[in-house]
Write a protein of this length. Structure first.
Length: 408
């Protein structure tokens, strides 16, 4: 233990003591600067990817539920009365909405477009806060007669040329009949009355129409079958535990997915890109760390006489190597800490002021810092510096004859 402390003190003294050659100061400073710049780049890039990841996932959060239940096989399945009662009585659920989705053909005057209807229950409108997404019209109101009311995505409404309150045209949805071909009546149709237009930054904005669940079941002829359940937990609920409980409650006939699992492909792509960027910058870090070898070599030459004195006083070759190994590690450590602080300062400035825009509209680029990322950056930079310093010092040979010659 004392030997290690002594080696660390000597390494610290050699790092900051006055050198006879200015070139040693310059190379040491450049090595520390290179390590610091790469460390700062790692912190900034990982924080930017974290922000972009949650930005993309957040785009899907507008209409998607915290937990999605779907049939394990087939498109649709009926929820049993016992299962529905168990969900209604579950203490951690704020509610759930049965969902029925199907591709249909929309016609509006002479315009046609293939889109998707989504049959929903009233709790869906409450949980999504769809009134905040409306850009025209209003939410559907209860009615007993007339065409079914619908909410249209902005892209779909624009493609069909729909304006809210236009009285001269009728929006109709056509759905192919299942169970065989009827040449005389191959489609079921449903007249729709657009009550509002909403906007979400998703692909569904171009194709989606929201209608009541009963109207959707009537149009598709699916009876009581549904294509999904949107589960809305209470704020106090633990999602992972609730997900496992729902899997046990609903059985193997249904799958339960959280938000990340609902968009597993996008999440995997983002994580892969983040890993690729990290590895590229880490490789640059490896190259930059080779400057440590120059620092160690020059300092060994600079302090050669001092080292031989230590040798004569009983220091063995392992201790001498450990001094310069620790010296290289100190350069790596200090450069990493300074770089990480610089990176955190840049990220913090971006979070506070949004000085770097994401798009032409001036929206600030999102940044998110995770402690795990900071730990990963520190471990990577410090371990690379330590390994290179250790490897370089294994190539240095200390001989007793050199010590005698110097002391003479």
């Amino acid at each position: 233990m004392r030997t290690r402390r002594f080696a660390l003190r000597m390494a610290w003294r050699y790092l900051f003591s006055k050198k006879s050659r200015n070139a040693i100061h310059l190379i040491t400073g450049l090595s520390m600067l290179a390590i610091g710049v790469v460390s700062a780049a790692l912190v900034i890039l990982l924080s930017a990817f974290n922000g972009l990841e949650w930005k993309v996932i957040g785009m899907f959060d507008m209409l998607d539920p915290p937990l999605l239940v779907q049939p394990a096989q087939g498109k649709r399945q009926e929820l049993s009365a016992n299962q529905e009662a168990a969900l209604n009585q579950h203490p951690d659920l704020a509610g759930f909405s049965r969902i029925l989705e199907e591709s249909v053909l929309f016609t509006y005057g002479t315009q046609q477009k293939v889109g998707q209807i989504k049959g929903i229950e009233p709790i869906f409108l409450e949980q999504v806060a769809l009134d905040t997404l409306l850009i025209s019209g209003s939410l559907p109101k209860p009615q007993s007669q007339g065409p079914a009311q619908t909410l249209l995505g902005q892209g779909l409404a624009s493609s069909l040329g729909i304006r809210i309150g236009e009285p001269f045209k009728q929006l109709v949805a056509y759905c192919p009949k299942s169970g065989g071909i009827n040449l005389f009546q191959p489609f079921r149709d449903l007249s729709l009355n657009p009550s509002g237009i909403f906007f979400v930054p998703q692909e569904s904005n171009e194709t989606l129409a929201l209608i009541g669940l009963e109207e959707a079941q009537k149009l598709t002829g699916s009876g009581k079958k549904i294509s999904a359940l949107y589960i809305y937990p209470k704020s106090s609920a633990h999602l992972d535990a609730l997900q496992e409980q729902l899997k046990e409650l609903l059985g193997e006939a249904w799958t339960v997915k959280n938000r990340l699992e609902q968009h597993a492909l996008i999440y995997k792509i983002l994580r892969t890109e983040k890993l690729a960027v990290f590895l590229i910058v880490a490789f640059i870090m490896l190259i930059a760390s080779f400057n440590l070898m120059s620092v160690q070599t020059l300092l060994v030459v600079e302090k050669r006489k001092d080292l031989m004195v230590l040798w004569s006083l009983g220091a063995h070759a392992g201790m001498l190597r450990s001094i310069f190994t620790l010296l290289g590690s100190l350069v790596s450590f200090l450069g990493c800490i300074a770089g990480m602080l610089l990176g955190l300062a840049v990220v913090g400035l971006q979070a506070l002021t949004g000085w770097y825009p994401l798009n032409a509209a001036g929206e600030p680029y999102p940044v998110v810092v995770y402690f795990s990322d900071l730990a990963l950056v520190f471990a990577t930079v410090f371990s690379v510096g330590l390994l290179i310093s250790w490897w370089r010092m294994q190539l240095v040979k200390f001989k007793k004859e050199d010590a005698i010659q110097v002391l003479k």
